[in-house]
Every structure is written in C-alpha cells, then in structure tokens.
Design a protein around this ligand. Structure first.
Ligand SMILES: Nc1ncnc2c1ncn2[C@@H]1O[C@H](COP(=O)(O)OP(=O)(O)OP(=O)(O)O)[C@@H](O)[C@H]1O
Ligand SMILES: [Mg+2]
Length: 333
C-alpha cells in the first residue's frame, strides 16, 4: 500500500481540522490545542508565530504523531494528501514520515545519537527514504555527501566519519537539517530550527533553509520567534495564542496591518527581529491550560477584553477579506 501521488487538491497537501490535544499529568489535564484548523498547499511556505507555550510544537508533533507519551489527540482530523493520518495504517504513516515529510525538531541534539557517526545517522534515514529504489551503500554515501554539501558543511568526507560531540552547535544543526531534508521530499516542518545558536549563525541557517526549500520546491511550516525572518521566508502566517489560532493572513498583510489585539501587541513589543516573543508584556497572568478562560481565550490579557461578550462568548471565525481570518469580537463575530 502506498500514498497516491495522483488525485488530490494541490491547495491541501496538509489539512488539520478542528484538532484538540491534551496532556495528562497525575493530577491534571492540560487542554493545549483547542479546535485548531490549518492547511498547507503544495509548495506553500507557512509561518506559525505566538509566544512561548502557545502550542506550536504540540501542533507539529501532533501532525507527525510523535507527541510525548502523556499527550493525546482527542478529536479532529489530519489529512496528508488524501490520507487520514489519524486513521491510516502504521505502515502508511511511516511512509509519510520517512519519504515525504521531514521535521527539524526544536531540540536538535535530541535527534542525534552520541554513539553513532554522522554517516550512521544519514545512512539510516536515507535507507528508509529510498527503500524501494535499488540503491547500494556507496550510492547512499554519495547522496549523504551531497546533502552535507547542500547544507554548506565544509570537508564533508571528514564530517561523515565524525561523532556529534566532535562538531560545533552550528554544524550539528546543519546535520539535523540534512537529515530532515533526506525525508522531506514534499514538506519540511521546521520548529525553531535555530534555537541555541548565536544570532549570526541563526540568520545564516535560516537563509540556508529558505534556499534549500526553494531549490527543492518543498512546502514548509516554519515556527520561529524571529519575526523578521518569518516575514521574509513565508507567504502565509497563523498566529497562535493559548492553543488557539487567533489570526490567519498572507504574511505581508499581517505585518502591514495586524488585526487581532494579540498580534498587534506582539508586533509592537518585538521590535528587534530576533527578540523572543516571550518578552511581550501583557497584563494579567500567563494562561493556565488546566483551566482555560471562558469566552475569548485572550480576554483576560486583552486591552479591549472587558466587555461581556469577550468574557462569555468564544469568538467565531471572522472572514475580514477572502484570504484573511481573525477570531475576535471587535470584528463582529
Ligand atoms: N509532555 C507534556 N506534558 C504536559 N504539558 C506539556 C507537555 N509538553 C508541553 N506541555 C505544555 O503545553 C503547552 C504548549 O507547549 P508547546 O511546547 O507546544 O509550546 P510552544 O508554542 O512550542 O512553546 P515554545 O515557543 O516555548 O517552544 C505549554 O504550556 C507546555 O508547558
Ligand atoms: Mg516549541
């Protein structure tokens, strides 16, 4: 059984519909994703922004179904092409993870095993990504070397025989990108691909990812706190707050005129492109996922959130323009 390349809607390479995800601890249930819907078209570059804890990583992990053991998708649908990822066989899910969708995780070191060389890592993913093709080991090594060259790794032959601990942080990050690219034939999920790197290397690596995505004609979801880079590298953005999508728009429209009060605050208080969004100053307490507010999830911290409707009624989707959506009572939901 294989995923069909033939019949599908090019605007919907990936579709997430009304997704709810919870984490459980011994005492509590955390309602971390609440009615999330997003879609990614073929070749489209999507950004997801929102302060720390908004649920961005949980969303990407839910798509690939690599949530931590205490995380559970409780309802919703996730389609990749025509395949329902929440109902398909394990084999199809593996095919999608190994050959179609690659993910750069927020913590790249966790993706590298200290006792394996870089060659071991790359050959493993390449072997799976090319399992149906008749490719022998020496050809796989050549593909691995090409991937290292693509990610601008100097002296790739030497690096191939190195262990992760022998490489710098920036170099390890490139290895993780090369591994994700080996399986990302269609879609790259990049979750803050430059955390823990210094600012100049961050910009270099993001530029590199942008170029590789372009060269390979991939679709991408990029999560980053670097708003300037989101602006440069994506075509459409979803803004998340408290496990909800609160605004969606083409990137240039969002940056020219953010509509949701949260997005407005975010942009106003993050003047430097690499400033973390977590530094945003909002009134009220951070969100408690055990006990989400009634009404609009943002109302306790919103400058306009004192009205009864904000406190009691969850805003519906308001289509402000054909390609712009906001979830806020100001716009008349
Ligand atoms: N395994 C877990 N168990 C319980 N809660 C969790 C677990 N993983 C994440 N959370 C909580 O879920 C919420 C969303 O986390 P998530 O990592 O998805 O946020 P994020 O938007 O990616 O944040 P950041 O920008 O800091 O990476 C946070 O409050 C986090 O503490
Ligand atoms: Mg995260």
């Amino acid at each position: 059984m294989q995923v069909s390349d033939l019949v599908f809607d090019a605007n919907r390479l990936l579709t997430v519909k009304n997704l709810y995800v919870k984490y459980k601890s011994y005492w509590y249930i955390y309602h971390v994703l609440n009615d999330i819907s997003i879609n990614v078209g073929l070749g489209e570059k999507i950004g997801i922004i929102g302060e720390s804890g908004a649920g961005k990583t949980t969303l990407l992990k839910s798509i690939l179904q690599v949530l931590p053991i205490n995380g559970k998708i409780t309802s919703g649908e996730i389609f990749y092409r025509d395949v329902n990822l929440l109902k398909c066989s394990k084999q199809i899910l593996l095919e999608i993870r190994r050959k179609r969708v690659g993910m750069i995780f927020q913590d790249p070191l966790a993706a590298l095993n200290p006792v394996f060389t870089i060659k071991d890592h790359l050959l493993e993913v390449l072997r799976y990504a090319n399992e149906t093709a008749n490719i022998d080991k020496s050809d796989l090594i050549n593909i691995a070397l090409d991937l290292l060259r693509d990610t601008l790794i100097p002296d790739p032959e030497r690096i191939l025989n190195s262990y992760p601990f022998q490489l710098s942080g920036g170099m390890r990050q490139r290895i993780v990108i090369a591994m994700a690219l080996a399986s990302a034939r269609e879609l790259l999920l990049a979750d803050e691909p430059t955390t823990n790197l210094d600012v100049t290397i961050q910009a270099q690596i993001l530029k590199l990812i942008g170029e590789l995505v372009e060269k390979r004609g991939l679709s991408m979801i990029l999560i980053s706190h670097a708003l300037g880079l989101i602006r440069k590298m994506t075509e459409r953005v979803y803004v998340m707050y408290g496990g909800n999508i609160i605004e969606e728009a083409p990137t240039f429209k969002l940056f020219n005129e953010p509509l949701h009060p949260y997005t407005q605050l975010l942009f106003k208080t993050a003047p430097k492109i690499l400033e973390p969004l977590s530094s945003v100053e909002l009134r009220g307490n951070p969100l408690d996922y055990r006990n989400l507010p009634n009404g609009c999830v943002f109302h306790p911290r919103c400058p306009y959130g004192d009205s009864e409707v904000c406190r009691k009624v969850k805003p519906h989707q308001v289509k402000v323009e054909k390609d712009r959506t906001v979830y806020c009572h100001i716009y008349g939901s």
